[in-house]
Every structure is written in structure tokens, then in C-alpha cells.
Ligand binder design. Structure first.
Ligand code: FAD
Length: 394
């Protein structure tokens, strides 16, 4: 009797985990449940928004995943019975499992921002899931008159891709500088500090002087409501009308996590940091953006690393063994301009029930590098995207 593992979500975390499980144990039955026929990647989607890249370059299929012997179940997982060990899909298909891996990514937390809703996102896109939302924000920027004000909002921690809003502000500024030079960008932030802050702010001062206005929490940056009819952001201090409005709204683990009972009141999923097994539902593992990972950020790089550790742990548990204690690495590149890259790296290990940063093991790009160094990091960023997408989907 073959052991059965079901993986829900075919993104960076889930597709990696499904393939790794088959590689580690070719006798295992592995089923990957995924809603969409193709995956559309978020990393480098900010380049699409800035007109530097085509959305089609973000699209990846599942042929290589199935060639590894992973059974693909096209559909949406709508309920999970932890005690009976079955996943049910929207079309009624029931998939029994011995172990379940949930890798569903994020949902927008609509309740957390008054005025924001799926309908509002058609006027004020979040573009925090890649695809139609990415294309919508791109079209709005193209249609905007020179002199228009782009307003963006960035959410409180934790959220998908901590440097992402600042990379997006940078690349939209690049588009405005080169194509609509009378325009401006205001970034309203629910935080007073953000990832790679000094690197970003130094680069903004050098490349886009006067173009980007960042408003942190203490300066009144926290958006308390949005008004889609007039593209207005409301804060405790002011109202900001926009020509183009990008709402990077608060987030939570995707819906199926709460249905499975693995999300806590924060909306995210606490896990054992060595095995990624849920602390709320034994036998169910959660990886990628949906999980709380202590100091480890929500990134595609991290999702891929966690997926491999999780696969090893699932195999060990099925065999009745303990999993080895892992070390995990993350690197996040950001582009400030097409030829200007910056990065942050970290190494993590389980400590007191969380993944903790190993002091001194990571770091950021130097603050005082020359143009050639920044250009080299932009080349490395593109190389990273090619490599990870080839590994996960190729
Ligand atoms: P996802 O990749 O979102 O995959 C989840 C999958 O689960 C989806 O395919 C979804 O359709 C499926 N799913 C969900 N629920 C169900 C269900 N009930 N049934 C079936 N299927 C379901 N990371 C980096 O490392 N580097 C970067 O440069 C970078 N840039 C980014 C830029 C932007 C603008 C954004 C928004 C993100 C960026 N990220 C980057 C972050 C990265 O995209 C995420 O961290 C990563 O996608 C997380 O992987 P995941 O597998 O957890 O979730």
C-alpha cells in the first residue's frame, strides 16, 4: 500500500514540495491540487507594471511537474477533514491522504481595510497576485496623463514580499521619469521602517529626486479606508486623491487554511519550524506565504527552501523517524531601475519554536557601491528568477 501525500497549491512552495517528495521517494503517491491551469509568478511582475517586461514571461505550466510522477488534480480544494484525512475539491472529488501539505499562498484580507473589496480592486488594483491585476495596473499607468499622481499604500507586517512595495514604487518611478516626467508618486505606509530602507531611499534620492514621496506611519501614512469611486486614500491626517491608485492591502493565509483549521486568530498558520507541521492540526504541514515563519520573510526563495525541508520531514514522519534539524537560506533581490539591483540575504534555524535569524550570517548589499556593482546585482536578480522557475516548473 503506497503512502499518499496531497499537496494543495501549485505555487513556489507546493510545486517544489510535490516534486521533491517524488524525488526522495519514487514509490510515494503524490497529488498536487491547483486551481489554475498555469502559474503566474509574482517575482518580476513589478517589471511588467513598469512596462519593462511582458506578462507572458511570468507564466509557467505544470507539464514538467507531472513528468516527475506527480498527479495533478485541477480544481480548488474547498474542504478538508483532518480526522478523516480527506481533501474535497469544488467538483466533489475526494482525495484521501496520509499526510497533507498546504501551500495556498495569501488572500487579501478584505475586512482589514474599510472600502476595499473585490469590486474596489477593479478600480484600485492590489496587483499582489500576478495576472489580471498586474495587467490592470499596467494599463492604468499607461492611460494616465503626464502630471498625474500615483498613490500606493503598503500594509503592516507581515505580508508577502517585504521589499515588494518599494521595488514597485521604484520601477513605477522609473516609468514616470522616462515617460511621464511631470508625474509624482506618493507611497503611504502603515510602517515606520521597511526592508532595505536605506538602500532604497539612497537610490531614490540619486535616481528619482523629488519624484517619490514616502509617508511613514508616524507621518500619517497608515491608510484607514479607501473610496474607490473617487480613487481616494483616507488616513488619520489627510485624504489623498489619485490618478492611479495601487492598494497593497493587508493579507492573510489563503482561505483554505482557515477551513482546514490551521490558521490562528492572526490569519496566518503557526508551524513547527523544523518540520512545518501545523501546531494546530497534526498530520497537516503548511509552507510558503501562508505560514508564520518567525524571522523568515514571505518570499518565493523562502517558499522553495521550506518546501524541500518539508518534503524531507514528511518522508521521515511517514517512515516513523524524526526529521533532521534544518538550516534555511533566503535571498531577496529588488530592482530600483533596470540596471540597478539590491539584495538582502539571511540564514535561519529553529529556535524556541520559531525560525530565527542566525546573527552575522546574512546582510544587505553595501550602501556605498558603484554603478557597476548595482548593475551586476540586477543581472544576478534576473539569473535568480530564471534558475528558480526552471527548478520549480521546468
Ligand atoms: P503562491 O506562489 O501564491 O502559490 C499558491 C498557489 O496555491 C496558487 O497557484 C493558487 O492558485 C493555489 N491555491 C490557493 N488556494 C487553493 C485551493 N484552495 N485549491 C487549489 N489551489 C489553491 N519573492 C521572491 O523570492 N523574490 C522576488 O523578487 C519577489 N518579488 C515579488 C514581487 C511582487 C510584486 C509580489 C507580489 C511578490 C513577490 N515575491 C517575491 C513573493 C512571492 O511571490 C511569494 O512569496 C511566493 O509566491 C509564495 O509562494 P507560495 O507557494 O506560498 O504561494
Amino acid at each position: 500500500d503506497r503512502a499518499r501525500v496531497v499537496v494543495v497549491g501549485g505555487g513556489f512552495a507546493g510545486a517544489t514540495c510535490a516534486r521533491e517528495l517524488r524525488r526522495l521517494n519514487p514509490a510515494l503517491s503524490v497529488t498536487l491540487v491547483e486551481t489554475n491551469p498555469d502559474f503566474i509568478a509574482c517575482p518580476f511582475s513589478n517589471e511588467v507594471i513598469a512596462g519593462l517586461r511582458d506578462l507572458s514571461q511570468q507564466r509557467f505550466g505544470y507539464d514538467a511537474v507531472t513528468r516527475d510522477g506527480v498527479a495533478l488534480a485541477r480544481g480548488t480544494a474547498t474542504s478538508i477533514d483532518p480526522a478523516g484525512r480527506t481533501v474535497t475539491l469544488a467538483d466533489g472529488t475526494r482525495l484521501p491522504f496520509d499526510r497533507l501539505v498546504l501551500a495556498p499562498g495569501i488572500d487579501i484580507n478584505w475586512e482589514a481595510l474599510p472600502g476595499y473589496s473585490p469590486e474596489a480592486a477593479e478600480r484600485m488594483p492590489h496587483a499582489w497576485k500576478a495576472g489580471a491585476q498586474t495587467a490592470l495596473l499596467r494599463r492604468q499607468l499607461e492611460a494616465m496623463d503626464d502630471g498625474g499622481v500615483v498613490v500606493m499604500s503598503a500594509p503592516p507586517n507581515p505580508f508577502r514580499c517585504p521589499p515588494g512595495p518599494y521595488e514597485r514604487a521604484s520601477l513605477i518611478a522609473y516609468y514616470l521619469k522616462t515617460r511621464k516626467p511631470k508625474s509624482k508618486l506618493i507611497l503611504l505606509d502603515a510602517k515606520d521602517a521597511f526592508s532595505k530602507q536605506r538602500l532604497f531611499q539612497n537610490a531614490w534620492a540619486a535616481l528619482y529626486p523629488g519624484l517619490i514621496e514616502w509617508v511613514g506611519l508616524s507621518a500619517g501614512g497608515k491608510v484607514t479606508a479607501v473610496e474607490p469611486a473617487s480613487l481616494t486614500f483616507v488616513t488619520d491626517f489627510a485624504r489623498h486623491g489619485a490618478a492611479v491608485a495601487n492598494v497593497i492591502a493587508p493579507q492573510k493565509a489563503a482561505r483554505i487554511a482557515a477551513i482546514a483549521g490551521v490558521a490562528d486568530r492572526s490569519g496566518w498558520c503557526p508551524v513547527n519550524p523544523a518540520t512545518f507541521e501545523s501546531t494546530l492540526q497534526p498530520g497537516i504541514h503548511v509552507i510558503g506565504d501562508a505560514a508564520i515563519m518567525g524571522a523568515m520573510p514571505k518570499s518565493a526563495f523562502a517558499a522553495n527552501a521550506q518546501a524541500k525541508v518539508c518534503a524531507t520531514a514528511v518522508i521521515a514522519r511517514l517512515a516513523g523517524h524524526d526529521a533532521p534539524e534544518p538550516r534555511l537560506i533566503n535571498t531577496c533581490y529588488s530592482l530600483v531601475a533596470p540596471d540597478y539591483g539590491i539584495s538582502v540575504a539571511g540564514v535561519y534555524r529553529p529556535t524556541n519554536g520559531q525560525l530565527a535569524d542566525i546573527a552575522g550570517a546574512g546582510g544587505t548589499s553595501p550602501l556605498d557601491a558603484d554603478a557597476a556593482f548595482r548593475a551586476q546585482e540586477a543581472v544576478l536578480a534576473a539569473g535568480w528568477f530564471r534558475t528558480i522557475t526552471a527548478e520549480v516548473f521546468g
